[in-house]
Design a binder for this molecule. Structure first.
Ligand SMILES: CC(=O)N[C@H]1[C@@H](OP(=O)(O)OP(=O)(O)OC[C@H]2O[C@@H](n3ccc(=O)[nH]c3=O)[C@H](O)[C@@H]2O)O[C@H](CO)[C@@H](O)[C@@H]1O
Ligand SMILES: C=C(OP(=O)(O)O)C(=O)O
Length: 429
């Protein structure tokens, strides 16, 4: 199993290109199931989750092609992929393919919307809480599907197609909003979605669906209206920049010190996280095609963070922020309100010398003068990268084990950091 070795202490200087967003690319790829025509996606990140979703979609009959590199493109640019779901050959998404990745469950809505039937294994994904799918199933029921659970599979049926309905979420859910958008786009009649997720990845999906002929108003706000159409057509779309990768590298610079430009990204995708970094003492400037982050010499201040749905502070940056807080000059308070068990990184950060106390949904982080390198184990995607951030500032050698979690969501992490002077390498095998 691959590991990452870091020798802490180097400042980061240079440019880091930001990839397309994993959490946008996945639903965009899934939306290709809604049409017989070809969907072209640009800026798709090269990630394990993308490869796994290609396998899942291929099993349903989607044909893939990866376009060759264009003049001037480097290996750090994203891929352009074309997806064609002319014939859906199988409406079952089997356990073996779906169990490793939460987003794979989202094939349920387009399959039942287009084919009238779908059988999808209950999902896996990062172990960060119980992660039920009740909202997603309620969406499909509100759109007229019949749902049953049989042998670990959700079976959804709507032989005469989906119908418009009224959906009001009790809690903001990204996956349930994706499900509602994809199902309602091909439903007969109008659907009103209330308390919808406003995450940029939801807006990105809505933009692709609109290009495919869907009638959607209000994406990016809490109330979305969808007027169903009978068929959707092909379209081309560029995946938005990964705001979590952006925030992660910004936090790495804040932690290690130095001056780095994050390229091909947008500050407006993560305003609240960038503002929290400024409060912690990092300098963050929005640029026309990126963000400059620098911190030279000044110490880190303690901060208070509460995770919230967009536009609040994202849960997917909570672990990375905790790594930064371990070096704050005082006590930081980090409250996790989205997932009930997203503190698996706490015990691993403690191996590096961090002092963190958990009380219910809140972590109190007492900043320490120094962290010391140690072997640590990655437990989930964002927890893994929080250990890398801590390792960059720790004295001596840190070995991060089980980095297959990292490969799910970070493209060429060690190359991107080593180009900026970090002492980091992958140890294979
Ligand atoms: C692939 C992808 O895009 N994953 C992201 C997506 O996950 P995902 O879409 O799974 O997360 P949700 O937004 O659905 O989860 C939000 C909250 O709603 C709860 N819930 C959700 C669905 C449901 O049927 N019932 C229910 O109770 C969850 O347990 C959680 O407490 O949004 C999360 C919240 O921003 C991010 O951390 C994940 O990185
Ligand atoms: C939790 C995440 O992914 P998933 O929803 O696929 O588990 C994540 O991207 O941080």
């Amino acid at each position: 199993m691959d590991r990452i070795r870091i020798v802490g202490g180097a400042h980061l200087e240079g440019v880091i290109p930001i990839s397309g967003a994993k959490n946008a690319a996945l639903p965009l790829m899934i939306a290709s199931l809604l049409t017989e025509d070809t969907v072209v996606l640009e800026n798709v990140p090269r990630l394990a989750d993308v490869s796994q979703l290609k396998r899942i979609l291929s099993n349903h009959g989607v044909d893939f092609a990866v376009r060759g590199r264009r003049h001037g493109e480097t290996e750090l640019d994203g891929e352009t992929i074309t997806l064609n779901a002319k014939t859906i050959v199988d409406t079952t998404a089997p356990y073996e393919l779906v169990s490793t990745m939460r987003a794979s469950f989202w094939v349920l809505a387009p399959l039942v919307a287009r084919m009238g039937h779908a059988r999808v294994s209950l999902p896996g994904g990062c172990a960060i809480g119980t992660r039920p799918v009740d909202f997603l199933l309620n969406v499909l029921e509100a759109l007229g599907a019949h749902i049953s659970i049989e042998g670990g599979y959700v079976v959804a049926t709507a032989r005469l197609g989906l119908k418009g309905g009224h959906i009001k979420f009790p809690k903001v859910s990204v996956g349930a909003t994706h499900t509602a958008l994809m199902g309602a786009s091909l439903a007969d009649g109008e659907t009103l979605i209330e308390n919808a997720a406003r995450e940029p990845e939801v807006t990105d999906l809505a933009e692709l669906l609109i290009k495919m002929g869907a009638k959607i108003e209000g994406a990016g706000t809490s109330t979305i209206k969808v007027t169903g159409v009978s068929t959707l057509h092909g379209a081309e779309h560029t995946v938005i920049p990964d705001r979590i990768e952006t925030g992660t590298f910004a936090l790495a610079v804040a932690m290690a010190g130095g001056d780095v430009t994050l390229q091909n990204t947008r500050a407006d995708l993560l305003d609240s996280a960038l503002e929290t970094m400024r409060q912690a003492g990092a300098h963050v400037d929005a640029l026309p095609n990126g963000i400059r982050v620098y911190r030279n010499g000044n110490g880190l201040l303690p901060v208070e963070v509460t995770t919230e749905p967009f536009p609040g502070f994202p849960t997917d940056l909570q672990a990375q922020f905790m790594a930064l807080a371990t070096r704050g000059q005082g006590t930081s308070k980090i409250r996790e309100t989205i997932f009930e068990n997203r503190f698996m990184h706490v015990q691993e950060l403690a191996r590096l010398g961090a002092r963190i106390r958990l009380e219910g949904d809140t972590a109190y982080v007492d900043g320490v003068d120094k962290l010391t390198g140690a072997p640590v184990m990655a437990t989930d995607l964002r927890a893994s990268v929080s250990l890398v951030i801590a390792g960059l500032a720790a004295e001596g050698e840190t070995i991060v084990n089980r980095i297959y979690h990292l490969d799910r969501g970070f493209e060429r992490l060690e190359q991107k950091l080593s180009r900026c002077g970090a002492q980091i390498e992958r140890i294979s095998g």
